[in-house]
Design a protein around this ligand. Structure first.
Ligand code: HEM
Length: 231
């Protein structure tokens, strides 16, 4: 088998992954504090938006990002786990069967966490969502721990640095298994959108400009109006 360096993860998938990890970690550590509520809610909205993006990208994205590429039944998962105990662990260029189940669990629990958090923050359904939000978020944390442990175990067994491939996008494989396009434009747009949302939520723009953006915009609009009236 001829192997070479191939592109496996497109840029939107990588941007999604690391922003999701940052949003989850940030939202989790700020969950209990009233003083950090704005950060918690902003990261929660980011987390929910990223999951919605990934659900779409799973339908129309590149080969290994598509759900159809990692739709494995329970038998495939068991066979994969059994193979890890043998001398020749099953190798997958995209997500492996066990890892794929953790990913689906993260997406589903993530959606549940974001929706229950939205309901709670917007006082929909009273207190009912308080416990739901906490329980689902803790289940999500449990799956994330399993996910990270799984990544470490497969990296060791397959002698591949999987976290690095989620940064660079590259793995070793047959040339035919690689993807053709990295979709840099979409990846940059996704990262830009999230950064703009954070800048807006945390008042970074106001801090840099020295005045609320709305006021500045309104003033210049009024000046233009005066100018037109003079003419
Ligand atoms: C230090 C922490 C983490 C590391 C090193 C890591 C590493 C990885 C790696 C290497 C993959 C690709 C696995 C493969 O080759 O099949 C992956 C996929 C994934 N990880 Fe993580 N991960 C981390 C944290 C997280 C967190 C905190 C979350 C969610 C809250 C998360 C959610 C996901 C998801 C959803 C995927 C699927 C990516 C996709 O196809 O879009 N990860 N992770």
């Amino acid at each position: 088998m001829n192997t070479t360096r191939i592109l496996v993860w497109d840029i939107p998938t990588r941007v999604f992954h690391w922003l999701l990890a940052i949003s989850f970690a940030g939202a989790y550590v700020t969950a209990e504090s009233e003083a950090w509520r704005l950060v918690h809610v902003t990261l929660g909205y980011t987390f929910g938006g990223l999951i919605l993006f990934r659900l779409l990208w799973g339908l129309v994205g590149t080969r290994h990002a598509r759900f159809s590429d990692f739709a494995f039944g329970p038998r495939r998962v068991l066979a994969y786990l059994r193979s890890l105990l043998g001398r020749n662990p099953e190798h997958h260029v995209g997500h492996n069967p066990a890892g794929s189940w953790a990913i689906y669990a993260i997406l589903l629990l993530g959606l549940g966490t974001a929706l229950s958090g939205y309901a709670l923050y917007n006082e929909i359904g009273g207190e009912a969502f308080e416990d739901v939000h906490e329980v689902v978020a803790n289940l999500l944390l449990g799956i994330v721990v399993v996910h990270i442990a799984g990544v470490i175990v497969s990296s060791v067994l397959h002698r591949i640095n999987l976290p690095r491939s989620m940064v660079t996008g590259y793995k070793t494989g047959e040339a035919t298994q690689g993807i053709q396009r990295a979709h840099a434009g979409l990846g940059i747009a996704l990262a830009g959108l999230v950064l703009a949302f954070w800048a807006n939520a945390f008042g970074v723009r106001e801090a840099l400009v020295g005045a609320p953006i709305d006021t500045a915009d309104t003033q210049s609009a009024m000046q233009e109006q005066d100018h037109d009236d003079d003419d």
